[in-house]
Design a protein around this ligand. Structure first.
Ligand SMILES: C[S@@+](CC[C@H](N)C(=O)[O-])C[C@H]1O[C@@H](n2cnc3c(N)ncnc32)[C@H](O)[C@@H]1O
Length: 270
C-alpha cells in the first residue's frame, strides 16, 4: 500500500486506530481503509456513533470556552486526537490570543498532523506520550515550556479515559494530574457511558465495544456514576456530569432525538 506523506514511517497501519476512526466519524481524511471498515462496523453497531462523536467535539468546544472565560490561560489536552475544525487552541486563542495549549496524544498520526498545523503557533505544541505516564507528561520539556504549574491549568480528558482500562487505575491517573495543578484549575472530561439506559443500549454498546476490541486501543464502558467519580477533588460545575448534548447547550445547537450515551462535565479544584 502506498502511504500518504503525512504517515509517520514507524506507524502500524495494519490495525484500526481509534484516533483515525474518530477522525472518520468527524468527516476527516486522516484515516485508512482499515480504520474506515472498523468505523463503519462501529456505526452499524451503534447508529448514532457519528452524532456521539460530533456531540463530544461540541461539548469540548463549549467546555474550552467556559475554561477560558473562567480565567484559565493554559490548557493541557490529554488524548487530544487528530486535529479537526475548531481545535482546542483555535477556540481558546480566539477567546484570548495569549492562551497556551499543550496537546498530548499516543497516536503518531494525531501527533504528526498536530505538529504540522502548530508549526507557526509558538503558544501551542504537541507531545507524543501515553497520558497514563503522568510523570513523563508532567516533566516533558514542551509541557514545562508552556505550562506554569503555579497558575491554574485547564486539564482536558475528552473521550480518552474510555481507552484506559481499570488495570491502569484511571482514577489514580486523574488524581495525579489533579494533585499537580493548583486550586482554581479545572478538569473537562467526557467518556462513553454504559448500562444505565433503559433501552437496548447495553446490547448496542456491547457490539460497539466488540469492534474496538481489535483496534490499537480497546474501549472500556463505564456508568455515569463511575465517570462522575473521576471528578474526586473537583467541585462539579452545573449541570454536573450529564449527556454531552445536554451540557450547557448553545441556543442554536442541534440536539438529536435520540441522545448517544456519552457523558461529560467540568469541575474546578477548590
Ligand atoms: C476519541 S479521540 C478524542 C479526541 C479529542 N480529545 C476529542 O474529544 O475530540 C481519543 C484520543 O485519545 C488518544 N489516546 C488513547 N489512549 C491514550 C493514551 N493512553 N495516552 C494518550 N492518548 C491516548 C487516541 O489516540 C485518540 O487520539
Amino acid at each position: 500500500m502506498e502511504l500518504p506523506d503525512w504517515v509517520p514511517a514507524t506507524m502500524d497501519v495494519s490495525k484500526p486506530s481509534p484516533a483515525r476512526m474518530y477522525d472518520y466519524y468527524l468527516g476527516g481524511t486522516h484515516n485508512f481503509e482499515v480504520d474506515r471498515d472498523a468505523a463503519e462496523r462501529a456505526i452499524a453497531a451503534m447508529p448514532y456513533t457519528i452524532q456521539g462523536a460530533r456531540g463530544n467535539r461540541d461539548f469540548l468546544r463549549r467546555a474550552v470556552r467556559l475554561l477560558v472565560d473562567s480565567g484559565i490561560r493554559q490548557l493541557l489536552d490529554l488524548g487530544s486526537g487528530i486535529p479537526t475544525v475548531g481545535n482546542v487552541h483555535e477556540v481558546a486563542q480566539r477567546r484570548d490570543p495569549t492562551a497556551r495549549v499543550v496537546y498530548v496524544d499516543i497516536d503518531p498520526v494525531a501527533v504528526a498532523h498536530s505538529s504540522a498545523i502548530l508549526r507557526h503557533n509558538h503558544l501551542a505544541t504537541v507531545v507524543q506520550a501515553d497520558m497514563r505516564d503522568v510523570d513523563a507528561v508532567l516533566s516533558h520539556p514542551q509541557v514545562r515550556g508552556l505550562i506554569d504549574f503555579s497558575e491554574p491549568v485547564g486539564l482536558i480528558m475528552a473521550s480518552v479515559l474510555h481507552f484506559v482500562p481499570d488495570s491502569s487505575r484511571p482514577a489514580e491517573i486523574v488524581a495525579a494530574y489533579r494533585d499537580a495543578v493548583p486550586a482554581g484549575s479545572h478538569l473537562a472530561l467526557s467518556h462513553i457511558g454504559a448500562k444505565e439506559e433503559p433501552d437496548n443500549r447495553t446490547g448496542m454498546l456491547a457490539d460497539f465495544k466488540a469492534v474496538y476490541q481489535n483496534t490499537t486501543n480497546p474501549v472500556v464502558l463505564r456508568t455515569r456514576p463511575q465517570i462522575e467519580s473521576f471528578f474526586a477533588g473537583f467541585d462539579l460545575l452545573e449541570p454536573g456530569v450529564v449527556l454531552v448534548h445536554q451540557w450547557r447547550p448553545d441556543a442554536d445547537q442541534e440536539v438529536p432525538a435520540k441522545l448517544p450515551p456519552g457523558y461529560g462535565g467540568v469541575g474546578m479544584k477548590g
